[in-house]
Design a protein around this ligand. Sequence first.
Ligand code: ZN
Length: 100
Amino acid sequence: MNPVHVESGSGVLAVHWEDGSDSAFTHAQLRAACPCSECRAIRRAGGIVSAAAGVRLSAIEPAGANALNLAFSDGHARGIYPFALLAELVRQPACAAPAR
Ligand SMILES: [Zn+2]
């Protein structure tokens, strides 16, 4: 499933999916889920990727047809987030979009 529209504001990234559903991710949540090799190595070693609550997305760039390259205000910009990863994050309860 792919997003048709992504917008960022107030520390939250809103994703509108092609099936009409919406998801919202806090920037800190996305930072903590960074899939870059560096962050994966931290998790593999049993650590937790630290994300300050105040961290913000500083750039959102397409990375190929099926992913986004997200850059953060803490200078971390290596994470390529496949849409499949975002869809996976949606299933975690903290990510449910608020009811409208
Ligand atoms: Zn990372």
